[in-house]
Ligand binder design. Structure first.
Ligand code: SF4
Length: 226
């Protein structure tokens, strides 16, 4: 009936896309998972319920953006960073508050995660640091939204050039490994780190071993499996 049709709609939207350049959301994330995306390694599919939750999050973020538009403080929304040879990305909004520009990034989450959030998540700070770097804006706001209760929490982030440069340096090193077909080592928190818990390459990563691996040799092994 309807449920099956809706599930099918979401599942068919989900295609493995080969990645050719970095996104700002990759900053500070597991290099091995990004490597696998560049090599178009088959991913474990997400279920339709999770995909619907992402859509719900996007919808709530759009509502908040509409409110900011209503307040007349939005200078731009869905703003692409200037063209760059390594990375692309789109910030949710740039707003003016007290005559100062702020890059704003929305993040939605469930009640449990929201309740325990006392400081901004590192991966979100990394992301906004790169937006600040590319837009040459010194202040950013991370606005967290509780999807279940609509509560909000916000954190002011000041531009830190050392963080931005270090993230870009790490991505350059990762690109060298991707080009040289070297699978990067696992992140130190494997397998308990949240990235591993949600990783669509968890099974393949388990087969790869912990250290750096030659991709061409390893590929022959996984091609037999998939
Ligand atoms: S399981 Fe963890 S270490 Fe392995 S690719 Fe995924 S995020 Fe990286």
């Amino acid at each position: 009936m309807l449920k099956e049709l809706i599930d099918k709609f979401y599942l068919e939207k989900q295609k493995d896309k080969e990645q050719h350049h970095f996104y700002i959301t990759d900053a500070g994330k597991c290099g091995r998972a990004i490597f696998f995306k560049f090599k178009n390694v088959p991913r474990e599919k997400m279920d339709a319920r999770v995909l619907r939750m992402f859509d719900h999050g996007d919808y709530i973020q759009m509502q908040i953006l509409n409110i900011l538009f209503g307040l007349g403080i939005v200078r731009a929304s869905e703003v692409n960073i200037p063209p760059h040879e390594l990375i692309s990305g789109r910030a949710d909004a740039i707003v003016t508050l007290n005559n100062e520009l702020y890059v704003v990034d929305f993040k939605s989450m469930n009640s449990l995660v929201f309740k325990n959030l006392n400081q901004p998540k590192k991966e979100n700070v990394d992301q906004i640091q790169l937006y600040l770097h590319f837009f040459k804006i010194s202040k950013g706001l991370l606005l967290y939204i509780n999807k279940d209760t609509s509560e909000l929490k916000e954190f002011l982030i000041n531009y830190n050039p050392a963080i931005a440069q270090s993230l870009l340096r790490d991505l350059k090193i990762l690109k060298t490994k991707i080009d040289a077909n070297i699978v990067p080592q696992r992140i130190p928190g494997y397998p308990d780190d949240w990235q591993c818990q949600y990783c669509q390459f968890f099974e393949i990563c388990g087969m790869t071993g912990g250290g750096e691996v030659n991709w061409e040799e390893f590929k022959k092994k996984i091609e037999k499996k998939f």
